[in-house]
Design a protein around this ligand. Structure first.
Ligand SMILES: [Zn+2]
Length: 276
């Protein structure tokens, strides 16, 4: 059932051009693993993330200004982007399935960390797409200077609020489908855990923006004199900016995703989990 559902969703995503062919294939494999290993409590938040972020991306594509369109990567997501967004989550889902009675973290704890990576991915997408819809000019997170829409490291008020809603939606969706009287998952996800997971995902968005504003690979277009994430701009190759060569947008996403887990770990240990 898991494999069928994941394949159907990935096929639909390919059909509607949310994913490229290799993106859809990797999403089908990762989705199948998560569905089959984790069941509904793992799968439902994944579907919420995928459906809501795809729909928002499609919606904001319609209202993007020409500048925003030229600044950001658009079009269907490929395998590398799917892996950058979901790879860590997939590993955590598999780790949850393998945790026996001897391990220090239970399946339930791994599930919460899995939810955190999804919360971050959802928050990140919601922030970007709602930020564009708001038409408010973003400010660079480090200097608070106004920058063109679509540049990395930019934040807006609407995007920041959307990120919080997008982040909290993920643990809430898990709470809704939580298996009653599950032996592995013991008790239902509680409010403190929903807050810890959502908060960690939200804070990681700022980490993502700060890395995007400081160490992410950037190019300078010699035609329009703009800074961009794209190596090709205005129909010509844009040279990379000195000192900003080594980490791609997908790399920044991966680092922020791992950061979200560390933040969640700290928050859960400090405020949600009982002392043991
Ligand atoms: Zn240009």
């Amino acid at each position: 059932m898991g494999i069928a559902a994941a394949t159907l969703i990935a096929a639909a995503a390919y059909r509607y051009r949310w994913l490229t062919l290799d993106g859809a294939l990797s999403a089908a494999v990762m989705g199948s693993l998560i569905f089959a290993i984790g069941g509904m409590v793992f799968a439902a938040p994944l579907v919420v993330f995928f459906a809501s972020s795809s729909a928002l991306t499609r919606l904001s594509d319609r209202y993007k200004t020409p500048i925003a369109r030229s600044m950001s990567k658009s079009g269907p997501r490929n395998a590398r982007q799917v892996l950058a967004n979901g790879g860590v989550g997939c590993l955590l889902a598999m780790r949850a399935a393998m945790s026996g009675s001897g391990s220090s973290l239970s399946a339930r704890d791994w599930l919460l960390l899995y939810l955190t990576t999804l919360a971050f991915a959802n928050a990140d997408t919601w922030a970007t797409e709602i930020g564009i819809l708001s038409r408010q000019e973003p400010r660079l997170v480090t200097t608070m200077k106004r920058i063109p829409a679509g540049s990395s490291g930019g934040i807006t008020i609407a995007g920041t609020i959307a990120a919080l809603i997008g982040a909290v939606l993920i643990p809430i969706s898990a709470a809704v489908v939580w298996p009653i009287r599950s032996v592995d998952l013991l008790w239902r996800i509680d409010a403190a855990e929903i807050l810890a997971v959502g908060w960690a995902g939200w804070i990681a968005c700022f980490v993502d923006s700060i890395l995007g504003a400081t160490i992410q690979r950037q190019y300078h277009c010699t035609k329009c004199e703009r800074t961009t994430d794209l190596p090709m701009h205005c129909g010509t190759a844009a040279p990379p900016i000195e000192g900003r060569r080594w980490i791609s947008n997908d790399g920044v996403n991966g680092i922020a995703s791992i950061t979200s887990i560390l933040i969640a770990w700290f928050l859960l240990k400090s405020f949600a989990w009982p002392i043991r």
